[in-house]
Design a protein around this ligand. Structure first.
Ligand code: SF4
Length: 382
């Protein structure tokens, strides 16, 4: 039997284009820029991966050991951003398995208890007025730190149309719901027909004021953000998009163009990153990421503490270090370039930056400025 290790020297890695993210040698630009071609040609095994990187022994062993546990899929576009020779490449680290995933005694399958918060299949309700609606279980690729790794790529979580209808009926019968986040998986892996049907059904519900899309496709498959898709979103406003860039390397010309197409049709685009050990947990990287996003008119919104999720101990950063990182950004870049550092819990998100607000001391409210100076603001009493 051929092992993952055997594939490493079987063929040379593909030569990349001079511009990151453009069609590499041997692939027609027309194919490369087709999101359906990208989906059909995703990398699913060590043999296909050998076209893009020189996998290490550890990566090869992890691909075999995790084959039936945490699925492994990468778009050719995203693979082309990986450094073929550097196992510490921050793009590669997000999607290529490593054996560290096998040893995480504390990690949980569903750390936010999402299943227990679901009134109907794949609808997660933590807050009274808004829901996360997991409309499918498919993504362009599977991130190794994914909160929903229990379901992405798993057919058990596929939403049949009648199940989507059941969820829509529940939303219709629940008038408190004013804000619906379409997530998954990734809602943009739907074709325009299905997405248009879903958006149309939601727009017909009078109490649904806001539709949000949580999608990583502007990062992992920017070719999905076509003019047709943008016109579809524009027709269902107000529609907001939150995407998920974790590292400046992901901001290729193609990804920036996808964000630009969205903002041009009036879709506010925000970014929700995850703080990842060794990938983006230093001030210089985070600052470059956030400033690059702002230049692209993408607002850094949240940065999540990596969850207590199975197989992800190697990604987790101590919260004190995360707090210090964002504190170091204060005063050193535009305020709106600093995302809110949050911990998601079964009770909802908790901002982790509150230590700066020290609270009342006598008639004052005490805060700590970015310089470390303590400021006492006279604070009225009721
Ligand atoms: S794109 Fe999002 S939902 Fe999909 S695997 Fe990555 S983190 Fe999970």
């Amino acid at each position: 039997m051929t092992s993952a290790l055997d594939h490493r020297e079987s063929k040379p890695v593909r030569a990349r284009a001079a511009t990151p993210g453009e069609a590499p040698e041997g692939i027609a630009a027309e194919d490369w820029s087709s999101w359906r071609w990208q989906m059909q040609h995703r990398i699913r095994d060590a043999e296909a991966l050998a076209e893009w990187i020189h996998a290490t022994d550890d990566e090869c062993r992890a691909i075999e050991a995790l084959a039936t546990r945490f699925r492994f899929v990468i778009t050719p576009y995203y693979a082309s951003l990986m450094d073929p020779s550097d196992p510490n490449c921050p793009v590669r680290g997000q999607v290529v398995p490593v054996t560290d995933e096998l040893g995480d005694a504390a990690g949980l399958e569903d750390p936010l208890d999402e299943v227990a918060h679901s009134p109907v299949k794949n609808v997660i309700r933590v807050y009274p007025d808004r829901i996360a609606f997991c409309v499918n279980n498919e993504c362009a690729l599977y991130c190794r730190f994914c909160l929903r790794k229990r379901m992405v790529g798993d057919s058990e979580w596929t939403m049949q149309k009648r199940e989507l209808e059941t969820a829509l009926d529940w939303i219709e019968r629940t008038p408190e719901i004013r804000d619906v986040l379409l997530t998954g998986g990734d809602p943009l892996t739907f074709g325009d027909d299905r997405l248009g049907w879903l958006l149309g059904r939601l727009r017909a519900i009078p109490h649904v004021e806001l539709i949000r899309l949580g999608t990583r496709l502007p990062v992992t498959l920017p070719h999905r953000v076509t003019d047709e898709l943008c016109a579809l979103l524009e027709a269902h406003h107000p529609v907001w998009v939150n995407t998920h860039f974790n590292h400046p390397k992901e901001l290729t010309p193609a990804a920036l163009a996808a964000c630009d197409r969205l903002t041009r049709v009036g879709v506010p685009v925000g970014n929700q990153s995850v703080l990842l050990r060794g990938l983006n947990d230093d001030v210089a990287t985070m600052k470059t990421l956030c400033e690059s996003l702002v230049r692209a008119r993408v607002r850094p919104y949240y940065c999540y503490q990596a969850q207590l999720l199975e197989g992800t101990a190697h990604f987790r950063v101590p919260i004190e270090e995360g707090i210090e990182l964002f504190k170091q950004m204060r005063g050193r870049t535009s305020g709106f370039a600093i995302p809110q550092y949050v911990l998601d819990t079964p009770y909802g998100k908790v901002p982790l930056d509150h230590p700066w607000a020290k609270g009342r001391d006598g008639d004052d409210f005490v805060v700590e400025a970015w310089t470390g100076d303590v400021w006492r603001e006279p604070n009225p009493r009721d």
